[in-house]
Ligand binder design. Sequence first.
Ligand code: CU
Ligand code: CU
Length: 351
Amino acid sequence: MKAIIFITSAFLVLAGCQQSDDSENKVTNSTESHGMEADSSDPQDLAQFAIGPNGEYQTDGFDALKFLTTWNFNNLPKEERSKFYKETTLADGTLLREYWFNVEEVTIEVAPGVFYPAWSYNGQVPGPTIRATEGDMVKIHFKNNSSKPHTAHFHGYHSDSMDGTGGVPEDKIMLPGESRIYEFKAEPFGTHVYHCHSYPVSQHVAKGLYGAFIVDPKVDTRPKADKEFVMVMNGFDTDFDGENDFYAVNTKAFAYNYQPIKVKTGELVRLHLSNMLEFDPINSFHLHANFFDEYPTGTKLEPDNFTDTITMGQGERSILDVRFREPGMYMFHSHVAELAELGWTGMFMVE
Ligand code: CU
Ligand code: CU
């Protein structure tokens, strides 16, 4: 069941983001919400529009802002990082990228004060982003430290033996306590995903077992991106009735309303967007007041589309390139309005 109180709060957040400093927060007067100044939406100011009386995220260790630019554990100090990620140049010159992933059950915060018992790769949802260049070898050491059988199925080319499907043959499943290695060449280039494929797959994905897998082209003739962000669209069924109650990009409802994503005018902002939402067949991405080049699945070097809205089914992904023309606060959200109102809304703060 969807939370009606939460919907009301969501409108406050949406309206609140468009208030100027001196507007007295009259959210009912919609005509006041236009013509805002760029400096009126300091993240500190936005906090007052947070959801509910305790509308601040308590810490669960997951930083939605940092997740945007984290891949291959580049957020960790060197020594800590080496526990999860290693690069080795092989005799033939190929770069081998190795990862160490644990499947763990963790409690995550999906909206301020709303906690969800997730199944996760390495204690976070989405799981850690894997990023390689076309032709690299990728080797992931998995350990199932949870109480259920799981797998990891990667999108991309690989042999049948490296496909982490569930069901038969059963040797592809990691039972509780078991380990296994998946190894394959990173190809084709594009922005991909990985996810658990144990049955029922809808449950294993809905519980949080997925992440982004980016393969950069070996020869890249696209314009060089100044900033790159990983965005995984997802949702959470917090009352377990087979329907989502909260939606987001990168797990935390309204996270980028509270902490807008800072970019600069003119620079090339590249989004690696994927849709891992379960239960709802359609998701979408809409950017206000700007247009983007779309590279569907990221598998070609020329964009296929120039638009401000794209629609995605489950498992689909795209690369979106945008240059903001003017400073200001620009919303992005699902154009499925119900999803936007239940958390899948954020802001770019263009300076
Ligand atoms: Cu699973
Ligand atoms: Cu898939």
